[in-house]
Design a protein around this ligand. Structure first.
Ligand code: TXA
Ligand code: MG
Length: 376
């Protein structure tokens, strides 16, 4: 087997992961691994997933172990039909109707629906003891083939170490998990480069609650709810609005909503010129020690006299382009030679209104663990 450096895998080097091209034969081999209880990295339209047989508790535990993920953070299960999803749930007829309507509109695609779990079929570990299971039908041919060939639903979080930046190509997965015996199917770069939108259907409260913003913008969900003529019955609510996401605390309103998430391995801050307590003197750093992750050349225009160490999310200030570049750029920033610090452009101030703005602001805030800095 060849690893991503093009070398023979060698146990001496401690490299056990491998990247496989996405031939039908390799997908069959990986499906067999899933059936045997092993872990496989695979592409989806959002980000890469670290998958295992959702019906095998031991296999599911391996995902938590490899990721270093706390058992309090539930996993999403991936399916290839509404029927397959329904078997994992224990929902009343009304909830099922709404689930089916949303599935018809959004599946296959980047919408994860959180529903009451059927514990005759799945283990509470998958649900992190919440009673609820998140399910989605990915819109990616390789993912679909892998699920169909293995014949079981596949539990898969994003294929990154806990709190690290989500992976949008197979090399990102390899970097995080090279020491583990996983096969990674190469499906190139993901389409959205942003995770699925996670919603909880609260039939009793007549609410569709967005637990995690993602590839489907809240406006898009609202439009669909209206088109289904459900707007008088159901409201779409974002659990925690971005303008409320300003304080640092340990409270989690939903499982898996951590303050620090999607974060590079270096100290990461958002540039905030109103910040008075946390001010850094640039001259104490060598130019190459600070990496600027820019948007619309805002940071470049301020600091190009001091540095040429800029990465751009979107030179022309296009939010969609910024979404495609965000995770790859965060990973590129942490890998820059001699870098000690990453400074991010404040998208909340500098991005024009767009359907994905709040999602991007959320990710950038969490990448910096809400830490802000002023530079002089
Ligand atoms: O796009 C995606 O959703 C990717 C691809 C691989 O499908 N998966 C992904 O999984 O992002 P993960 O584990 O990295 O993030 C899923 C998040 C969890 O952290 C949690 O916040 C929420 O979805 N979630 C999953 N199941 C849930 C549940 N039963 N109740 C509440 N939140 C849940
Ligand atoms: Mg994740």
């Amino acid at each position: 087997m060849i690893n991503s450096n093009g070398k023979e895998n060698s146990e001496k080097e401690g490299v056990y992961a491998e990247i496989l091209e996405s031939s039908d034969e390799n997908i069959k081999i990986c499906a067999e691994k899933i059936r045997e209880g092993q872990v496989v990295g695979f592409p989806t339209e959002t980000v890469y997933g670290l998958g295992a047989n959702a019906l095998n508790v031991e296999a599911v535990k391996k995902i938590f172990e490899y990721k270093g993920r706390p058992l309090s953070d539930p996993l999403i299960v991936h399916v290839t039909s509404v029927e397959m999803a329904k078997k994992l749930t224990d929902i009343d007829e009304d909830t099922h109707k709404l689930f089916k309507l949303l599935a018809d509109k959004f599946w296959p695609g980047p919408l994860t629906m959180v529903l009451k779990a059927n514990f005759d079929v799945i283990s509470p570990i998958l649900t992190a003891n919440t009673q609820y299971i998140g399910i989605r039908f990915p819109n990616n041919e390789i993912a679909k083939k892998l699920i169909d060939e293995s014949g079981v639903p596949i539990a898969a979080p994003s294929a990154n170490k806990f709190c690290h930046v989500s992976p949008v190509n197979p090399f990102h997965v390899f970097e995080d998990f090279k020491e583990f015996p996983i096969s990674i199917i190469d499906g190139g770069v993901c389409n959205f480069c942003m995770e699925s939108t996670v919603v909880k259907i609260l039939n009793d409260d007549k609410k569709i609650q967005i637990l995690r913003m993602g590839a489907i913008a809240p406006q898009e969900l609202e439009t669909v709810v209206k088109s289904l003529e459900l707007e008088k019955v159901f409201t779409v609510e974002v659990l925690k609005k971005v303008n409320q996401l300003t304080h640092i605390g340990n409270d989690q309103e939903a499982p898996g909503q951590f303050i620090k998430h999607y974060s590079p391995k270096l100290d990461t801050y958002i540039l905030d010129e109103e910040e008075l307590d946390n001010v850094l003197n640039i001259s104490e750093y060598k130019p190459e020690e600070i990496v600027y992750l820019d948007y619309n050349k805002i940071l470049f225009n301020k600091f190009s006299l001091f540095s040429n160490n800029f990465l751009e999310l979107s030179e022309k200030g296009n939010p969609e382009e910024a979404m495609l570049n965000l995770y790859d750029s965060l990973r590129a920033a942490e890998k820059k030679e001699n870098a000690k610090l990453i400074v991010l452009c404040d998208l909340s101030k500098h991005m024009i209104d767009s359907p994905h703005k709040n999602t991007l602001v959320d990710r950038v805030l969490k990448a910096a663990a809400y830490k802000k800095i002023n530079l002089k």
